[in-house]
Ligand binder design. Structure first.
Ligand code: GLP
Length: 244
């Protein structure tokens, strides 16, 4: 779907999430929500906070899993995804802290494999992700699944692409300060979600959005793997849709 502005697109995505949360609240099971970071989902989080404060939307029955985190990364660092999520969403809603999951950027070499396996196991134990929201990197990554990521990849430690490091440099005060690695959910983890919503705003995303939707499925553009999913929605503003 294409919206006239990122604000309108963001509100639509947030309303959809709210609708799914409210529906699930009538059942016994929690709503399992996969979350993303970066500038793209900020409007969705702002609208979810508004819906909580003004319309009584409760997150008591919501369990979240974030896509990724830099490695190494301390939670208190200004660039950590832990901090990002708390500042932009968790600190303003009624989610239980034990229901929040973000890959641990402080994990040591020896524990990282077990950590990733447990992350997958927790998602699976809840019956999988009900909805995963995504942004897209200019390298074509989703989460931190960079070019070369396999279709069957799961949560794991990865190396960041040069374009990704360059795009992150402004936040870190230079390329040299950007971590070279990350922990990310895999392509398979994402494709196992019942619903996927990928958002992209602005003309800088137009070329990669076109490739993600129209190119043949290839590991060189990990977002093309979404074409395999039977319930995926691309939510774009006019600028991101110009090359379609
Ligand atoms: C980071 C995140 C991705 C995100 C991408 C795009 O690399 N790990 O999940 O989609 O940035 O960022 P932005 O939304 O700021 O354009």
């Amino acid at each position: 779907s294409v919206y006239d502005s990122k604000e309108l697109g963001s509100v639509a995505v947030a309303q959809r999430i709210a609708q799914l949360i409210r529906k699930k609240a009538t059942q016994e099971k929690p709503f399992v929500l996969g979350l993303a970071t970066g500038a793209t989902p900020l409007g969705v989080y702002a609208e979810l906070v508004r819906l909580h404060k003004e319309e009584g939307l409760s997150f008591e029955n919501v369990v979240t899993f974030n896509l990724d985190e830099y490695l190494p990364m301390a939670p208190a660092d200004k660039n950590s995804y832990v901090r990002f999520m708390h500042e932009n969403l968790f600190d303003h809603i009624d989610i239980k802290s034990e229901n929040v999951h973000i890959p641990d950027g402080t994990i040591g070499e020896e524990e990282v494999v077990d950590f990733c396996r447990e992350y997958e196991a927790k998602i699976a134990s809840l019956g999988g992700l009900d909805l995963q929201i995504l942004g897209i990197g200019r390298s074509g990554h989703i989460g931190f699944n960079e070019p070369g990521s396999g279709l069957y990849s799961l949560t794991r430690r990865v190396k960041l692409d040069a374009i990704t490091i360059k795009d992150a440099a402004k936040d870190f005060g230079g390329v040299a300060n950007v971590p070279h690695e990350a922990i990310t959910m895999g392509i398979s983890t994402i494709l196992n979600a019942k619903r996927v919503v990928l958002m992209a705003w602005g003309e800088s995303k137009a070329p990669i959005v076109k490739k993600a939707i129209e190119d043949e499925i290839t590991d060189l553009i990990p977002a093309t793997y979404l074409q395999y999913h039977s319930n995926v929605r691309f939510v774009l503003d006019n600028d991101a849709a110009t090359e379609l």
